[in-house]
Design a protein around this ligand. Structure first.
Ligand SMILES: NC(=O)c1ccc[n+]([C@@H]2O[C@H](COP(=O)([O-])OP(=O)(O)OC[C@H]3O[C@@H](n4cnc5c(N)ncnc54)[C@H](OP(=O)(O)O)[C@@H]3O)[C@@H](O)[C@H]2O)c1
Length: 240
């Protein structure tokens, strides 16, 4: 959300709750993966004043260097392990089925905030999408990096809405799951700086709930059934 939607975003942000402790200081954020989500989050976080280092398998290739140029504001690209070492916040924007392998290659993540945006999707024998894990990718990452501060976020909205939430025709909520309250607050600041609303859904063990959304969406997209957009919107109604 680089220009026109900024004002609408500020209005939504003023109405939002979680993460009300004020703007984050500028951080170095490693965005691992230079695909659609890496691009959307990297450019958005750079617009919030953070320094982005993309972690790519090919940091000198055309895709990474184009993204560095598009992001501006001092962005760079490096191999994933080098990018992670430089950063206090790490975003995992890689295919869900390789996240264990990717995290294992990042070195020590102790104390770092790790934002898991992945959906662990695989295809069944009948080519339907299904979850590739008994628990969740977020818990897999936590088991590989026990001292990292994992927050599940952003996996329930399509990447174009990360850049332009107004496409959804109203506020879009981003559920956050994690065991570290301060890490969730930091991620909530990033979410709300994009004009999205953060909603705390509790501990990391609830991340699986959010990972199911993409299964419903993609299975309908690839069938003759109707397509739909998938996002959550905070209800104004109070329920018992
Ligand atoms: N697309 C969406 O709208 C959306 C929304 C919410 C969440 N998600 C989730 O976010 C994650 C990223 O989605 P995306 O749409 O950005 O995917 P994508 O466009 O395919 O990009 C994934 C990136 O991951 C990196 N990567 C690292 N190891 C890889 C490997 N073994 N194989 C392929 N790529 C590898 C690649 O960057 P390098 O080549 O630079 O290494 C690649 O560009 C997925 O887990 C997805 O489920 C997607």
């Amino acid at each position: 959300m680089r220009t026109t939607t900024r004002l609408a975003a500020i209005a939504w942000t003023l109405c939002a709750g979680l993460g009300a402790a004020g703007p984050l200081p500028a951080e170095t954020i490693a965005v691992i993966g230079t695909g659609n989500v890496g691009m959307a989050l990297g450019t958005e976080f750079a617009d919030q004043g953070h320094t982005i280092v993309y972690g790519s398998r090919n940091p000198e290739g055309l895709k990474a260097s184009d993204l560095v140029t598009k992001t501006g504001r001092g962005a760079t690209a490096a191999l994933p392990r080098d990018a992670a070492e430089l950063a206090s916040i790490i975003v995992l924007a890689v295919p869900g089925t390789v996240v264990g392998e990717v995290v294992s290659g990042l070195g020590r993540l102790d104390g770092k905030i790790v934002i898991d945006v992945t959906n662990p999707l695989t295809r069944s024998a009948t080519l339907e999408f299904e979850l590739d894990t008994e628990s969740s990718n977020a818990e897999l990452i936590q088991s590989l990096a026990p001292r990292a501060r994992i927050v599940k976020a952003f996996n329930t909205i399509p990447w174009p809405q990360m850049i332009d939430p107004a496409r959804a025709g109203g506020p879009v909520s981003v559920p956050l799951a994690g065991d570290d309250a301060e890490a969730k607050r930091v991620v909530a600041e990033l979410v709300e700086g994009m004009g999205l609303e953060a909603i705390d859904i509790g501990e990391l063990k609830y991340a699986r709930w959010t990972e199911l959304g993409a299964v419903i969406l993609l299975n309908n997209q690839l069938s003759n059934r109707p397509n739909f957009d998938l996002h959550l919107r905070k209800s104004q109604e109070r329920r018992p």
